[in-house]
Write a new protein. Structure first.
Length: 266
């Protein structure tokens, strides 16, 4: 962190607020987070420090203000192409008689969850998607699922055939009506995400863990690994690497950031 940000962080009430945010959501101290706290000073000023919790109105408002919501359809498409071509067929083969269950952990405004819906629909197998995030305005946008085309081009990483599952008109796009029943969103703190054990075939948690403390990252990874079915896939960002002991191993050396749930490390 810069000297100015460190000095501001040390001055009350920001230091105490940062400590609470670390405990509540695993956020790591950074210039970006400090700047967002400063911009939300009016919210910070009214926080009840003895009643911190994601469901308290003022703390919820602060979380709304400081969470990062950068996302787009088919973001990091090279990884998603590997998932589509190599991983998804294995998941379909192992899901006979039941729908595939996908999770977007830290779904922001929902584009990743709708990306999973399109991948599921293209796979030709029943599916369902759950998106979870702590930011209320982001979840409202995710559920509305009506997005601006840009600029920049919001669909720049999408294949032409996948765009056929979007309604595009007048500078906006949204998923076709047939996709909507299979997607739902829920507010949750990733430190306590509440995913049932062995319930998901694939979980995406990308560009989220980089904003967390090492302890927060480990807590989230433990929960996500436990939520995967045996043989399920965990898609992480390029700088994220689960530690040993979580029952995860790289799907293959050719795949970037895609991990398989196994019975034991090895």
């Amino acid at each position: 962190m810069s000297d100015a940000a460190t000095h501001a962080l040390a001055a009350p009430p920001f230091g105490a607020v940062m400590d609470r945010l670390e405990a509540l959501a695993g956020f790591a101290a950074s210039d970006v987070l400090m700047n967002r706290l400063v911009r939300a000073a009016s919210v910070v000023a009214r926080l009840p420090m003895d009643r911190a919790g994601i469901d308290h109105p003022d703390w919820a408002a602060l979380l709304d203000a400081v969470t990062v919501q950068e996302t787009r359809m088919f973001r990091a498409s090279a990884q998603l192409d590997q998932f589509r071509q190599i991983v998804l067929p294995d998941l379909v083969a192992g899901a006979a008689g039941r729908p595939l269950s996908f999770v977007s952990a830290g779904c922001a405004t929902g584009e990743e969850a709708w990306t999973l819906a399109i991948l599921g629909a293209r796979a030709g197998h029943p599916w369902r998607v759950l998106g979870i995030d702590v930011c209320r305005p982001a979840l409202e946008a995710a559920e509305a699922a009506r997005y601006r085309l840009g600029p920049p081009d919001a669909l720049r990483e999408m294949r032409a055939e996948d765009r056929g599952l979007l309604d595009i008109a007048d500078g906006w796009f949204e998923p076709v009506a047939a996709l909507r029943p299979g997607v739902r969103f829920r507010r949750a703190n990733l430190l306590q995400c509440g995913l049932p054990e062995a319930s998901a075939d694939a979980i995406l948690c990308r560009n989220v863990l980089i904003y967390m403390t090492p302890e927060g990252r480990l807590s989230v990874l433990r929960q996500l690994a436990a939520a995967l079915r045996p043989g399920g896939a965990l898609l992480l960002g390029p700088t994220d690497s689960p530690p040993p002991g979580l029952g995860l191993r790289l799907w293959s050396r050719e795949l970037v950031g895609i991990w398989r749930r196994v019975d034991a490390d090895g």
